[in-house]
Write a protein of this length. Structure first.
Length: 390
C-alpha cells in the first residue's frame, strides 16, 4: 500500500506532529508499505528517509502567525504532486485548509483525516467557557462545525486519538469517526530510568529537601497549555505541602510563565531538552506529571509519563483526562487553579503515605508502532472492497 500524508504542520522545528510523522515513516516501511509525506517547505526538494519513505517538500509561503511553519499556497503544485505520487490512500493531518484541499482533490484514492488538533477546545471553549455554556459556544462557532461536517462527507474516515474527542465529534454530527489511540516511542520511556540522584538534584534546584514532592510539566509554552494556571496551583499547594515543579519545554509564552513564577524558588524552568533519552531520564526521576491543557487530542506527554511510571494529575477534559482516568490518576476541574492546587495537595499527601500507586505499569505501554499497525490495517480493510471490484 502507498500512503501519502499531506501534512501542513510538518516542519523542521515542529513539535508533536513532526514526532508522529517521523515515526510513521519508519513504521510504515517496517510493515512493508510506502509512506510519502507532502509538506510545505522553503524550496521544492525530495528528502529520502530510507527504503519506501520520503518527504516531498513543496515551496510554500511562511505562515504569518508562526514563522516555524509554512502553508500550501500553490494548490496546483499540491495537486500535481498528489497526481504524480498516485497514492492508494491519502491522509490530511490538519482540520484546516489543507484538509479542504485534500477533500476537493479530484483523485479517486480514499482519504483519511488525522485529528492532530482540537481547535474548539484550544480556542473557543478556552476563551468563552466562563461566559457561556457549551451549546451556546457551539452555536456561535457553527461555521466550524459545518466545516467539519463537510470534511466528514469528503473523507472516508476521521481518525481520533481519544474517546473524549470521538464522543464530542460524534455529538457534533460527524459520522466517520474512528478511534485509534496513539502511543509512545518504543524503547525510550521506562520506570527503570528513574535516577534518585537526579531527583535529588532537581529538588535542590527547587530549594526543597528529598522528602518533598517533585512534579514535572512537559510541553510547548503556549497559552492553551495553561502553564501560568499550574504555576499558581503549585504555588498555592506549596503553602500546605513541600512541592516543587520543574517545567521542560519552550515556546512563545516563556516570558509570561517566568513573570507568573515571580521568583518562587520552588518552581524552575529547565533548559530545553532536545534529546529524547535525556527527557526520559528526567521524566522518570520525577514523582508525578502535572498537566493543564484540556484541549489535547491524545496527550503524548501523558502517555510518556505513564510509560515512565509516573502518576498523572490532569484536567477533567481532553486526551490527558482520558489517560489519567484509565490509569487511576488524579483529576481536577479544568481551568481552575484552586481545584488543581487541592488535587496536587491530595496527591502529595497520598505520596507521603505511600498511596500514589506503582512506579511501573502492569502491562507494557501502547506504542506508536501499535497505533500505526492498527491504522494501516484499517486502511487495508478500506481498500479491500475496491481491489475486489477492480
Amino acid at each position: 500500500m502507498k500512503l501519502v500524508d499531506v501534512c501542513a504542520f510538518y516542519a523542521p522545528k515542529g513539535g508533536g506532529v513532526r514526532t508522529y510523522v517521523d515515526r510513521k515513516l519508519k513504521a510504515g516501511a517496517a510493515l512493508g508499505h510506502e509512506v510519502v509525506v507532502i509538506a510545505p517547505g522553503e524550496q521544492d526538494r525530495v528528502e529520502e528517509r530510507g527504503p519506501n519513505a520520503r518527504i516531498v517538500w513543496l515551496k510554500s509561503t511562511v505562515f504569518p502567525l508562526d514563522f516555524n511553519y509554512r502553508y500550501f499556497n500553490d494548490v496546483a503544485a499540491l495537486y500535481a504532486a498528489l497526481d504524480r505520487e498516485a497514492p492508494d490512500v491519502v491522509e490530511a493531518s490538519s482540520p484546516w485548509r489543507s484538509a479542504s484541499l485534500v477533500g476537493e482533490w479530484p483523485g479517486k484514492a480514499p482519504r483519511a483525516l488525522i485529528m492532530h488538533a482540537d481547535p474548539l477546545s484550544a480556542y473557543a471553549y478556552r476563551w468563552f467557557d466562563g461566559i457561556a455554556t457549551r451549546p451556546v459556544i457551539d452555536k456561535a462557532f457553527d461555521r466550524y462545525w459545518r466545516h467539519l461536517r463537510k470534511l466528514d462527507s469528503q473523507f472516508d474516515m476521521i481518525v481520533s486519538a481519544s474517546p473524549g474527542l470521538s464522543q464530542r465529534m460524534t455529538g457534533g454530527g460527524l459520522q466517520g469517526i474512528v478511534t485509534n489511540p496513539m502511543g509512545v516511542d518504543p524503547g525510550v520511556f521506562s520506570p527503570t530510568l528513574r535516577d534518585p540522584q537526579m531527583r535529588k538534584g532537581l529538588l535542590e534546584l527547587c530549594e526543597l529537601p528529598e522528602e518533598a514532592t517533585l512534579l514535572i510539566g512537559v510541553g510547548r509554552f503556549a497559552p492553551e497549555k495553561r502553564w501560568p494556571m499550574l504555576v499558581d496551583a503549585v504555588t498555592a499547594a506549596g503553602t500546605r505541602r513541600p512541592v516543587g515543579l520543574v517545567l521542560a519545554g519552550q515556546g512563545r509564552d516563556h516570558k509570561n510563565i517566568e513573570r507568573r513564577i515571580a521568583g518562587n524558588p520552588h518552581i524552575r524552568i529547565l533548559a530545553p531538552i532536545t534529546v529524547r533519552s535525556e527527557l526520559a531520564r528526567v521524566m522518570a526521576s520525577a514523582d508525578a506529571l502535572v498537566h493543564g491543557c484540556e484541549a489535547e487530542t491524545f496527550c503524548m506527554v501523558a502517555a510518556e509519563a505513564s510509560a515512565s511510571g509516573l502518576p498523572l494529575i490532569a484536567p477533567d477534559e481532553g486526551g490527558a483526562a482520558d489517560q489519567a482516568r484509565a490509569k487511576g490518576g488524579w483529576i481536577y476541574e479544568s481551568a481552575n487553579a484552586a481545584a488543581a492546587a487541592e488535587t496536587i495537595v491530595e496527591y502529595a499527601i497520598a505520596r507521603e503515605c505511600g498511596l500514589d500507586g506503582p512506579r511501573a505499569e502492569i502491562a507494557p505501554p501502547r506504542t506508536m508502532d501499535d497505533h500505526f499497525a492498527e491504522l494501516f490495517a484499517t486502511y487495508e480493510a478500506l481498500l479491500r472492497p475496491r481491489r475486489r471490484a477492480a
